[in-house]
Design a protein around this ligand. Structure first.
Ligand code: MLT
Length: 216
């Protein structure tokens, strides 16, 4: 489905979405993925009663969808990143009215490029997300004015052998999130940039220890 903001997306309501505190998962794919990429991962998390809003990035790099332009691997076009971050944040706000989901409980689940734009939303539009699971993230930008993320729960799941993101880059993001007071945890996987079952297990354990959210 495509609305006037031009984002291809899919909203999958939970039967209990009207309930107070009902969670919506915002799924943000990696480079070359689309809005279907993370649905199996979200299903594996088995969060009872969570709705899903899943979005396709609008920027094409050699035909591969992304959420913002990059100049080279890991080197981002910061003007485009800021513009795209605000555009996506506004889309989520509008979608919460269109689909009547709770704006106070939106958890981003992002992989790689999707994790990077989720982090950018946390840093420059923090009102849009309550929590985030970031698979293979790095620092997308450092805003001039740092937000206070003390109400946000964040899980970072990183690959010890990731050829795209060094251990230092991962730790830099962890330290930045700590500095802005996010409740951030990091889990290291014995893997590269790809997602593994261990990432899903880590996310399930983190959800059950961090929230009063039912998983089954
Ligand atoms: C990015 O461009 O966001 C990162 O380099 C990760 C990716 O390859 O998508």
């Amino acid at each position: 489905m495509q609305n006037q903001s031009g984002f291809v997306h899919n909203f999958i309501p939970s039967p209990n979405m009207g309930e107070n505190g009902a969670l919506t998962l915002l799924l943000l794919h990696g480079t070359g993925g689309d809005e279907n990429e993370l649905i199996p991962i979200a299903r594996m998390l088995k969060i009872t009663n969570a709705s899903i809003l899943t979005v396709r990035g609008k920027v094409l790099e050699n035909g591969m969808p992304r959420f913002f332009r990059r100049l080279a691997e890991g080197i981002f076009d910061l003007n485009d990143l800021k513009f795209r971050t605000n555009e996506l944040a506004d889309f989520v706000l509008n979608a919460s009215k269109t689909y009547a989901f709770n704006l106070n409980r939106i958890m981003a689940i992002g992989y790689s490029n999707g994790a990077n734009i989720a982090t950018s939303i946390l840093l420059i539009r923090p009102e849009v997300l309550s929590d985030a699971i970031l698979f293979r993230p790095m620092i997308p930008l450092v805003p001039d004015t740092l937000p206070n993320l003390s109400s946000k729960n964040v899980l970072m799941s990183a690959g010890l052998h990731d050829p795209l993101i060094s251990r230092d880059q991962t730790e830099d993001l962890f330290n930045l999130l700590k500095k802005v007071q996010a409740k951030v945890s990091i889990k290291w996987q014995n893997s590269g940039h790809e997602l593994t079952q261990k990432d899903v297990k880590a996310a399930r354990e983190w959800i059950s220890s961090s929230f009063n959210t039912k998983i089954n």
